[in-house]
Structure formats: C-alpha cells, structure tokens
Design a binder for this molecule. Structure first.
Ligand code: ADP
Length: 256
C-alpha cells in the first residue's frame, strides 16, 4: 500500500427500491495517501455522498474492496470523522458542550479530552465563545465549531460533504481557507466533496472527477499551485489556477 491510507478497488453500489434498482457507483478505484487532501467533484446526484458513506463504512459496497492502513499502526480501519453542509450544532448547548458532544456520547469525556477540546477552541479562536450558544456565532464560526467537534474525536480521515455550501460566498472563501489550514496543520487526511471547482483547486492536492450516475472515475488530477501563502485568494491568483479550472470544466461538461 506504500503511503496509502485507503485503496478502493472496483467499488460498486446500487440503491434498491420498490420501483427498481438505482445504480450509484460502478467500478470505482482510487487511493488516498496519508495526510493528503483529496477533492471529489462530479455532476449532482452522481453518487459522491454514497461514496463517502462507503468510505465511512455507513454503507457496504455491493462489489469491490477497500484496503486500508491505520496510521496508529493498529489493524483497525482508520477512524473517520464527518463534516456536513449543515453544522447541526444544538442550540440548547453551549459551544463547549457542542464540541464535546461526541466525547460525551462515546463516554470519552475525560478531563484530558475536555482539555483537548478547549485547546482546539483556543487554537482556532473560539475559546472566548465557549460559553455562548450557536445562535450567537457567525456562520463561519459555527462551521469552525463543527470542525472542532469532529477533530476532538481524533479521526484519521476527515470526510467533508459540501461543508461550505450553506455559507454566503465571502464567508465561504474565508472559512474554506481557515478550515483547509486547520486540516493541514493537524496533518489529517481529508476527502472533500464539492461542486465548486475553484474550491477543489484551491484546497486539494489531487482532484478526482466522477462521471454522471452510475459514477465511475473519469479523471484524476494532481494539483500544484505556485502560491505566495495558504490563503484562498493566493490559490486563486496562482498562474496555474485557470489551467486547472478549464481542464475540470471541460471534463465535467461531458457529463450531465
Ligand atoms: P451526490 O452526492 O453526487 O449528489 P448521492 O450519492 O447522494 O449523489 O446519490 C446518488 C444517486 O443515488 C442519486 O440519484 C440519488 O437520488 C440516489 N439515492 C441516494 N440515496 C438513495 C436512497 N436512500 N434510496 C434510493 N436512491 C438513493
């Protein structure tokens, strides 16, 4: 497996309903490297969320296998953490109580783990809001709190399903930059689903383009940008940016 944390081999999946079968994924193969930021783009409804659910082991593939290597050296499947479009913060709990909810449910709310949650809040500028309620925070702060709630569980792979699409454009730019930087500094492996090509190019090390349903891998595109800093604006101003954008646009225009 070399430095891969996951290797998907010929994964296929169909939904079955009373009206028939809906094939969602067909012979999907790709790998994800340890510490890599991978983006997955494809037409709406092609099967991207289904693919993340399979990686999270919420769904079992009908065919194909996933080979894995846990970074902690154990023989266990790497721990995954999900971040969704809506933050699902609970209004009646404070921010600290929201970010420690997973720990509480898993009976892992030890003083050390609570201290870790507080440190993450401090590192990502939310410490002074820890006793506030979600309604008192901006959309961007709420998404950072949602990421911290995922990070306190110490996942090895972060699964990000359109996590910025509910935000307005300007907030989206800055929050995606912030969250991209947090993920890079923590050294986590991340798989991001997005329909925003600019977001995929500015955040990812590699982009996988899926075809229309049933999704197959249409193209894999490694991204190398010459940029002054890690901000989303620097990525969008990189000389290579438009080349990648045009390439992805062309690939996706063949798909409906
Ligand atoms: P994407 O994330 O790319 O928008 P999804 O993975 O959510 O696509 O869905 C892929 C296809 O499978 C869609 O056509 C969707 O309608 C169908 N689908 C998703 N979930 C179910 C389900 N529980 N039952 C039946 N069909 C589903």
């Amino acid at each position: 497996m070399n430095d891969s944390i996951l290797e998907l081999h010929n994964i296929s999946y169909s939904y079955h309903s009373l009206t028939g079968e809906i094939p969602a994924l067909l012979n999907i193969s790709f790998h994800v490297k340890q510490g890599e930021f991978l983006a997955i783009v494809g037409p709406s409804g092609c099967g991207k969320s289904t693919l993340l659910s399979i990686i999270a082991r919420l769904l079992t593939p009908e065919a194909g296998t996933i080979a894995f290597q846990s970074p902690d050296g154990s023989l266990d499947y790497p721990k995954t953490g999900y971040m969704l479009q809506h933050d699902h913060l609970l209004e009646w709990r404070t921010i600290l109580k929201n970010v420690t909810l997973g720990l509480e449910i898993a009976h892992r709310d030890t003083p050390e783990n609570i201290a870790f949650a507080e440190k993450l809040l401090e590192d990502y500028d939310l410490y002074k809001f820890k006793e506030k309620h979600p309604g008192e925070l901006s959309g961007g702060m709420r998404q950072r709190a949602a990421l911290i709630r995922t990070l306190v569980m110490n996942p090895e792979i972060l699964l990000l399903d359109e996590p910025f699409s509910a935000l307005d454009y300007q907030t989206r730019l800055s929050v995606s930059g912030d969250i991209g930087n947090i993920i890079r500094t923590t050294g986590k492996t991340a798989i991001l689903i997005t329909h925003d090509l600019s977001e995929a190019i500015s955040l990812a090390d590699r982009i996988i383009v899926l075809t229309g349903r049933p999704a197959t891998v249409r193209k894999e595109l490694p991204v190398h940008l010459t940029k002054a800093d890690q901000s989303p604006l620097a990525a969008r101003s990189a000389p290579e940016f438009h080349h990648y954008f045009n390439l992805l646009w062309k690939e996706l225009s063949h798909e409906k």
